[in-house]
Design a binder for this molecule. Sequence first.
Ligand code: G3P
Length: 223
Amino acid sequence: MKLFLDTGDIAEVSKAAEWGVIDGVTTNPTLIAKTGRGFRETVLEICSLVPGGAISAEVVATEYDEMLREALEIASWNEQIVVKVPLIRDGIRLTKELTKRNIRTNVTLVFSVSQALLAAKAGATYISNFVGRVDDISGDGMAAVAETVAMVENYGFPSEVLVASVRHPLHVVEAVQAGAHVSTMPFKVLDQLFNHPLTDIGLKRFLDDWNAAGLEIFERVAR
Ligand code: G3P
């Protein structure tokens, strides 16, 4: 499974990139607006921090001609960029056109398998299925993920199912169980994936025993 970081925050991308476990970064207009910096400079800095990673950057127009103009501009900035497109009628038309032009797409704001089918038919590289926003209104966000994974596999669509709107580590575990190809998450959730109390207890015991025995890795050599 690929792990993407869902952020526009350069410090967070830098920290996660150091760990070497992220395959890309997803942004959206809200996350970019929070940075207080320009869209292009932020996205390009993220590209340089995650070499070879898939970096999603979203169009903001909602009418086809302007969406296409924005998509071509965004895609021209760096070959790592994946154009994020909302699942609206003109967005699906745009996805089909970008697919023809060999520009990768991430179809976003997908909540149902019927929407995901349209994204897959249009050739979406990634289908961003939101889970947290459905859970927030007492739904089962992960149900559509499982159905979409089954759909792309049954019909052999090359699209990857990306679990988005992740709120906590259990969402990541459930995404794994559903066989999703990608999970994107805020830095806080990525950081939480490390945690287990038995790891902390176990490490403390190892180090206490080692120190009590007076052992050293770099032994002093008598000259
Ligand atoms: O970027 C798309 C998605 O991950 C947003 O998540 O937390 O705003 O529902 P959230």
